[in-house]
Design a protein around this ligand. Structure first.
Ligand code: PHE
Length: 347
């Protein structure tokens, strides 16, 4: 015969057992395992319910009530523990996934302008302030524009000054300088005055070295009109150079030769590294050559559609890569078109 006190003691043991197991539960998974073990179908307290038929009639009420109480205690203990487990999980997440918003961020990589784009824009701006407009002409030229119309006939020894890339099609070349643009702009504007700069890529079939590349920029300057003098050229170019180097640099003009200008000259600026005393940058001379120039040759004026008896003009041509090299003391021209980010990101 089953003793009432025995069963109630048993229930008490079941309860204590379950509660002490519950106290060990630390996470959701253990919680579910506990629930199956102590409140699931085959849990000891549930067994009491299913076996209630074996309990003597007079004890059933007390045993049933006792089992019910235990079940309720376990259920509310479970709820409490579940709340505790969830709160602990949340706290753990909050501490382990903590973000330190005071940490400095990572700098995004941002693009920038090519050093030559910057120099060109600076040149454009200086000439724009002096009333010159930018005129673009083609990189693939005819022999006629690149040479003939610039007073360089086929047999002329001056052709040796420009080693030329020829294209399979006869009479087509990659321009060796921006000077053919002089003819284009004059033919477009004649007989109106011209104040233009012509920037762009030029190509020469040369041995690539630290000082010469097969492709490079030039900026041509052209002014055509009435009463334009050598003095105007000198004043314009001096004004340009002073703005470019941001100081009152000394310049000098040396006589030179170009088939399309007469007279021709080359302009030097006083070496801004040594101030004219002579150093490695100016190779001891105290001067840096920066451009070629001259008065537009009468034949070229005529080819451009201007009467050389009425009109005159000056032209100049400079290499912006060379200017960059001087400004930033870059020792090798190949850096410009070598596409090395380590070089380009310095500007
Ligand atoms: N075109 C010449 C060169 O490539 C430069 C130049 C331009 C000289 C205009 C005089 C006038 O060397």
């Amino acid at each position: 015969m089953v003793e009432k006190t025995n069963i109630l003691e048993e229930l008490e043991r079941i309860k204590m057992d379950a509660l002490s197991a519950l106290a060990q539960v630390q996470d959701e998974e253990a919680l579910q395992t506990w629930r199956r073990a102590y409140l699931g179908k085959s849990a000891p307290v549930m067994q009491v319910f299913s076996n209630i038929g074996e309990v003597p009639k007079e004890l059933r009420r007390d045993v049933g009530q006792g089992a019910n109480q235990v079940k309720q205690v376990l259920e509310s203990a479970l709820e409490e523990r579940a709340a505790y487990v969830r709160e602990a999980a949340l706290q753990h997440k909050l501490t382990s996934e903590k973000i330190d918003v005071t940490l400095p961020g990572r700098k995004p990589i941002s693009g920038g302008l090519h050093p030559q784009t910057k120099v060109l824009r600076r040149i454009f701006q200086i000439f724009a302030e002096m009333g010159f407009q930018v005129y673009r002409s083609r990189e693939v030229e005819s022999d006629e524009y690149n040479f003939e119309l610039l007073n360089i006939p086929a047999y002329h020894p001056a052709r040796d000054m420009w080693d030329t890339f020829h294209i399979n099609q006869p009479g087509v070349v990659l321009r060796t300088h921006t000077s053919p643009g002089q003819i284009h702009v004059m033919r477009e504007l004649a007989p109106n005055p011209v104040r233009a700069i012509l920037p762009g890529m030029c190509y020469r079939y040369e041995q690539i070295s630290a000082r010469s590349e097969i492709q490079f920029n030039q900026v041509e300057v052209v002014a055509v009109g009435k009463n334009i003098t050598f003095g105007d050229m000198k004043g314009t170019l001096n004004g340009f150079v002073r703005r470019l180097f941001n100081r009152d640099v000394h310049t000098r003009l040396r006589p030179s030769y170009f088939p399309f200008t007469e007279p021709s000259a080359e302009m030097d600026v006083e070496c801004f590294v040594c101030g004219g005393k002579g150093c490695s940058v100016c190779k001891g001379s105290g001067w840096l050559e920066i451009l070629g120039c001259g008065m537009v040759h009468p034949t070229v004026l005529k080819n451009g559609g201007y009467d050389p008896e009425v009109y005159s003009g000056f032209a100049a041509g400079m290499g912006p890569e060379r200017i960059s090299m001087l400004l930033h003391r870059i020792e090798d021209i190949r850096y410009f078109w070598g596409n090395d980010v380590r070089f380009r990101s310095q500007f």
